[in-house]
Ligand binder design. Structure first.
Ligand SMILES: *Cc1c(COP(=O)(O)O)cnc(C)c1O
Length: 382
């Protein structure tokens, strides 16, 4: 018996080990100059990220959730308004809509891309609809062209939830640069992560950017002059300094993720595992590598015994969360989201992942599959 090879779900320590001197120098600088709040690095990071994202303006905030909420507020979307988003997303997408006072309206996901099903989008539009919030789930962009076309026909704002898609491209354009505005999260485990919470909004609209800058900082346009009732939702200078060190590595890190996804796909070929489908329009960044399989819970428990950590993104669709009971959705309303919630499993994925670890994971899954005949059902039912 050999020693168990442990494969964590993400490994933030491995990334820090690769860039330690730069991080230490950048953070020490802030500790010494005490430029903690809206310091120089915040503005510099905003410029650098806007350039990276091929958008005109970027405004740093304290989380991805705040970026989504403040964007809705900047567009004056609130009580009485409806915002359309996908049924399978992280709860923060829906919560941001609720925080702004608006109502989330859900649409099922596409069975190939797991992103909002564009063919069902128009049916969800009512006279109260003000915005569409597509989510680029797992790092693959939603199908933005038809979304923008429908939005323009109905005079709706499009706010991309790009919290899992830093650096992804849609038909050559950066995720986050296609809608009217977009939100990014720098939660530590995201493709670009801070050492704590952080987020950012991008837009090409100068007025929206100006409003965001007020909203994140107590609604003031100069100190103690409060134009609107804003918030304390600023991005810390320390986090901006960390993010400035990391941003130049992002494309390399994303390329490594793409390679890992390719190896997973290759090793699963011919097996009953359903691997991610790359949309023809997309250059994804594989924030998560999500497979589908029957007996998902048993597989997850089995992998745990083999030292392999996995996740489920997400086990309960938004409309079945107790927090959204009052939206009055029923089980069966979004069949694809509900079916997939029982089958999806996120495998270890981070840029420092090794081929040896990927082979260990796929071998363990292959061994498991060999013991269950009914796993084969998944291909015939979908
Ligand atoms: C992470 C995430 C968010 C929220 O970001 P925070 O920085 O954690 O607030 C929103 N939407 C999606 C899709 C996310 O993955």
């Amino acid at each position: 018996m050999g020693k168990i090879l442990h494969v964590p779900f993400v490994d933030l320590g491995a990334q820090y080990a690769a860039i330690t001197p730069e991080i230490d120098q950048a953070t020490k600088k802030i500790l010494c100059n005490t430029d903690f709040i809206l310091g120089q690095d915040v503005g510099l990071f905003e410029e650098e990220f806007a350039t990276y994202c091929e958008a005109r303006y970027a405004v740093g905030v304290d989380s991805g959730t705040s970026a989504l909420e403040l964007l809705l507020r900047a567009y004056e979307i609130g009580p009485g308004d409806e915002v359309i988003t996908a049924a399978n997303t992280f709860i923060a997408t829906a919560f941001a809509i609720s925080y702004a006072g608006a109502t989330p309206v859900l649409v099922d996901i596409d069975s190939d891309t797991y992103n909002i099903d564009v063919s069902q989008l128009e049916d969800a539009i009512t006279p109260r609809t003000r915005a569409i919030m597509p989510v680029h789930l797992y790092g693959q962009p939603a199908d933005m062209d038809p979304i923008m076309e429908i939005a323009s026909r109905h005079d709706l704002v499009v706010i991309e939830d790009a919290c899992q898609a830093h650096g992804a491209r849609y038909k050559g354009r950066r995720a986050g640069s296609i809608g009217h505005a977009a939100a990014f999260s720098f939660y530590p485990a995201k493709n670009l992560g801070a050492y704590g919470d952080g987020g950012l909004a991008v837009t090409n609209d100068e007025q929206i950017a100006k409003t965001l800058r007020m909203l994140r900082d107590y609604g003031q346009n100069k100190k103690y002059h409060h134009i609107v009732r804003g918030y304390n939702h600023r991005l810390d200078t320390l986090q901006a300094a960390v993010l400035r060190v990391k941003l130049p590595y992002l494309d390399t890190w994303n390329a490594a993720r793409r390679q890992h996804a390719g190896l997973y796909n290759e090793l699963f070929a011919g097996s009953p595992i359903v691997t991610p489908i790359k949309a023809s329009y997309a250059e994804p960044v594989h924030h998560l590598y999500v497979i589908r399989i029957n007996n998902r819970d048993k597989l997850q428990a089995y992998l745990k015994t083999k030292g392999i950590a996995t996740g489920i993104h997400y086990p309960v669709p938004i409309h079945l969360q107790p927090a959204y009971q009052d939206l009055d959705y029923q089980p069966g309303d979004f069949p694809v989201s509900e079916c997939y919630a029982k089958q999806i499993l996120s495998l270890p994925m981070y840029s420092e992942l090794t081929s040896r670890s990927i082979e260990h994971v796929t071998q363990a899954i292959t061994d498991f599959v060999a013991t269950y005949d009914d796993i084969l059902e998944i291909n015939s039912t979908t």
